[in-house]
Design a protein around this ligand. Structure first.
Ligand code: PMV
Length: 331
């Protein structure tokens, strides 16, 4: 029996300017550009084995084995690697998140980034980070960003793109570019009701503001990137919060609602912090949790305020972290 193995760790990321909406057709190309920070402190660890004796792939997430139907997006990515590398082996994947899975904490970003890197390295292939990022994007577009550390950008996909076109993310500033902490106010441990793919599809099909979002997002993205490169924390925070609210307003208008009561309470708490003189800003992904952007020196005060907020179960503190890597220091 021939077994080849790699263990990879990866982190989720939080988008400051959001990807919401896909290009028509196949290939999972985003319709708008996005900018994120990779979140050190929340971790996915994935062990990947290519096994010549395995007829069917096996996928275990947080100790629970998925059916092949439940694992269809994961198996699709593995099939692609098999095809590209000419492999004839089954895959065994064991992945563990130290944070809630599939509830808008971007477990698909760290999960697909870890899966992409681990599957390629387990096969002994020396694909570069851009090739791994393009592979991860096909599972979940935000995962293309988690392959990299620091501040990461993913362009919109080509307008007349083909499935095999390459689109990878890239780092635009290192992890220590601008001192920043992200306090994740977790408002539930439940699995989210609407997956991001379905949420985007419904938004684009039904929201009266879909066109406005698609026009506005690239402009907002460019402004935010500029503020970030200039290390202007307050401007970055203001623009990130506005971007998240615009995305959710567009989605809510289509009946795509990710928020719960705790989300609204947490948003109010962030505004109260600002009113009291602490620069803190909120962003929200496809789930009910509120991610608060703050300066490191304000983190204890912001954390305490968020912990005292009704509907907030707990607060997880993250910093800007590194990209996906093979455990043991190799990449
Ligand atoms: O990559 P997906 O399909 O999980 O979608 C991510 C969508 C958002 O998290 C809301 C925005 C983003 O850019 O990460």
């Amino acid at each position: 029996m021939n077994v080849r193995e790699a263990v990879v760790v990866a982190h989720p990321n939080v988008a400051l300017s959001k990807y919401w909406g896909k290009r028509e057709g196949e290939g999972n190309f985003p319709a708008v550009p996005s900018l994120s920070v990779t979140l050190g402190g929340l971790t996915t660890r994935t062990r990947f084995r290519w096994r010549s004796d395995l007829a069917e792939d096996r996928v275990v997430i947080n100790g629970r084995e998925l059916t092949l139907e439940q694992a269809s997006r994961i198996v699709a990515l593995i099939d692609r690697v098999r095809r590209k590398l000419g492999l004839d082996a089954g895959a065994e994947v064991e992945s563990h998140n130290d944070f809630p899975t599939a509830s808008g904490l971007a477990s698909s970003a760290s999960g697909f980034a870890a899966l992409a890197l681990a599957s390629v390295r387990a096969a002994g292939a020396d694909w570069d980070a851009a090739q791994v990022s393009d592979l991860a994007r096909r599972g979940s577009a935000s995962a293309a960003r988690s392959v990299f550390g620091g501040v990461v950008e993913l362009d919109a996909g080509p307008t007349d793109g083909r499935v095999e076109d390459v689109l990878a993310a890239r780092t635009v500033a290192p992890a220590d570019h601008m001192p920043l902490v992200v306090l994740v106010a977790v408002t539930t441990d439940a699995v989210k009701a609407i997956g991001s793919t379905e949420g985007m599809r419904a938004t684009m099909a039904r929201s009266p503001y879909a066109e406005a979002w698609l026009e506005h997002a690239p402009v907002a993205h460019a402004t935010l990137k500029q503020a970030l490169l200039a290390r202007d924390f307050v401007r970055v925070g203001e623009l990130a919060e506005a971007n998240a609210l615009a995305m959710h307003a567009c989605a809510i208008a289509a009946g795509v609602t990710y928020w719960n009561g705790g989300t609204l309470e947490a948003l109010a708490a962030v505004r109260a912090l600002r009113d009291a003189g602490t620069p803190a800003f909120a962003t929200i992904d496809a789930g009910p949790h509120v991610k608060v952007l703050a300066r490191p020196q304000d983190a204890p005060r912001v954390k305490a305020r968020m912990e005292a907020t009704p509907g907030v179960q707990r607060v997880v503190q993250a910093t800007v972290g590194e990209g996906a890597r093979v455990e043991g220091g190799m990449s």
